[in-house]
Design a protein around this ligand. Structure first.
Ligand code: MV4
Length: 518
């Protein structure tokens, strides 16, 4: 029997039939969905903590990895490769986080005769070394922030370089990323202690203490460009994402396009990003991060050699499924993007990360059972979730529960849709970032697009003073009351069958406090 699915646009036959998804939560489910739409089978992996997760049931098969700690499950390279070969997979998709940007993992996958759904290991390595990446980008004519070409050897050199660059400067870990091992220096005599601090933090986080220096840019925006590259040598830019709303280097809200990017600037950013990808022989989906200064100048920051959490905002305004394209490209097929190098966005998309964190308590990570979940729906709404009612949320992994996305013809319409959807969302059982997002959607500065990387620090105090909106509290209380009703019915049935008495529900108590029950 022939299978048309395997015939690529140019008649090429993809070697892919079954993919191991080496991840968990929403991104595992996202990748499994893409596999099924491409006519591929998906094999899930799971730790003991994720046995009942939606991604496990969505897959065609699932392999248990072991105990919940990531080192014993999602970070165990040998277990993952054994799972892939035992289930007859031809490829491994790493998702984001975990092993997605480990050169050693990409190599181990290839050495086992499997396809790594991602760039060549050499591209991961080049971009993982931040000073090498800067040198390569500079050689390719891409603007980089003024700074040192290599790590500084000692405090004396750090002092000389700081004087050359001019204060303020930022010390950064050479093998870093994500803000670890970073120190801001505003006065020259802070340099020695900042260097020691950055060095030891980098040593702890990455096992490599090398530190380099960049001129510090004040109040930039964080703008990133999505690219796709296939084996035919084609590289396209899928415009920018505005990612300035973050807290401690964790993004909370992303959008596409950015209000700060004109079509002319988009073209220049796209040219820089595709040149960056070309300079390292990139393949698949990747993201080039830039800082956009208030003056309009932009600078290369780093490249993320993986699919990113916020990829769906790009999908919504470009009409592209990035994960399906990753799979096609990994199978050696050409990407399915019409048009030239740089495409035009349609409308506006916003993503809110719904995390198990308590905004009223310094975004303290929370654990607990998802007792009730009402997922928003309706026009222009997308929910990329990884949990459902009944699942336990633990502190073993990242607190992301789901991504809520809204698309609209304009930014204003997308914001109004997001507010509407955030009001439909009901999560009972643990605190989440939902009320924070509702607050931001109503914030005049956000609505005017006045955002940069200092946004959250600037609005933080106002945010903490605001109580959660009444209708949100009400919705949770109503859901809790419904749960309590159900339990009471079950308890009655149980007592009829001589079962032990069911504990009184904390949610019934909450509903009573809200005056919803007597
Ligand atoms: C910078 C910067 C200002 N000037 N580099 C933070 C994480 C790492 N990826 C790079 N980061 C920054 N690098 C120079 N020369 C400011 C940041 C930065 C930041 C960047 C993007 C998004 C949020 C941020 C929050 C604080 C600092």
């Amino acid at each position: 029997m022939t299978d048309n699915r395997q015939l690529g646009a140019e008649g090429g036959v993809s070697p892919l039939r079954r993919i191991l998804v080496a991840n968990r939560g929403e991104i595992a489910l996202r990748i499994i969905r893409a596999c099924h739409e491409e006519g591929l089978e998906a094999v899930a992996v799971y730790s003991d903590a994720d046995r009942l997760s939606p991604h496990v049931r969505a897959a065609n098969a699932a392999v248990a990895l072991g105990a919940p700690p990531a080192a014993e499950s999602y970070l165990d390279i040998a277990k993952l490769i054994a799972a892939a070969t035992a289930t007859g997979c031809q490829a491994i998709h790493p998702g984001y986080g975990f092993l997605s940007e480990r050169e050693t993992f990409a190599r181990a996958v290839q050495d086992a005769g499997l396809i790594f759904v991602g760039p060549p290991p050499a591209a991961i390595k080049a971009m993982g070394d931040k000073t090498e990446a800067r040198r390569r980008m500079q050689a390719a004519g891409i603007p980089v922030v003024p700074g040192t070409a290599a790590p500084v050897r000692d405090a004396a050199e750090a002092r000389r370089e700081t004087q050359r660059l001019g204060l303020p400067v930022l010390l950064k870990a050479a093998s870093g990323g994500g803000g670890k091992g970073m120190r801001l220096v505003r006065a020259l005599d802070e340099i020695e202690s900042a260097l020691r601090g950055a060095h030891s933090e980098a040593e702890k986080a990455f096992g490599a203490g090398a530190v380099y220096i960049e001129k510090y840019l004040e109040r930039p925006r964080h703008i990133e460009i999505q690219i796709l590259a296939d084996r035919s040598g084609r590289v396209v830019s899928l415009g920018e994402r505005e990612c300035s709303i973050q807290r401690r280097h964790q993004k909370l809200i992303e959008e596409a396009p950015s209000v700060a990017v004109t079509p002319a600037l988009r073209r220049r950013l796209g040219e820089a990003a595709t040149a960056a990808a070309g300079a390292v022989g990139y393949l698949g989906a990747g993201t080039i991060e830039f800082l956009l200064a208030p003056t309009g100048e932009f600078y290369f920051l780093e490249m993320n050699t993986r699919i990113q959490v916020e990829h769906p905002v790009t999908e919504l305004v470009y009409g592209v499924d990035l994960v399906r394209e990753q799979l096609r490209i990994a199978g050696g097929e050409p990407m399915r993007i019409r048009g030239g190098v740089s495409l035009e966005p349609r409308g506006h998309a916003i993503e809110c990360r719904i995390t198990a964190e308590d905004p009223a308590n310094g975004f303290l990570p929370a654990s607990g059972k998802v007792q009730y979940l009402r997922v928003p729906a309706g026009p222009g709404i997308r929910w990329d979730g990884g949990v459902e009612a009944g699942n336990d949320v633990t502190l073993f992994y990242d607190p992301l529960l789901a991504k809520l996305l809204a698309w609209g013809e304009t930014r204003e319409i997308a914001i109004r849709r997001m507010r509407r959807a955030l009001r439909e969302l009901v999560i009972v059982g643990l605190p989440t970032s939902q009320s924070f997002h509702l607050w931001v959607m109503d914030d005049p500065e956000f609505r005017r697009g006045e955002i940069d990387i200092t946004y959250l620090e600037r609005v933080g105090a106002r945010l903490l003073e605001a109580p959660p909106p009444d209708d949100l509290v009400q919705a949770v209380a109503v859901a809790a009351a419904m749960l309590a009703d159900e339990r009471r019915t079950e308890a009655k049935a149980d007592s009829r069958s001589d079962s032990p008495t069911v504990r009184r529900s904390a949610w019934a108590d909450a509903a009573r406090r809200e005056g919803l029950r007597s």
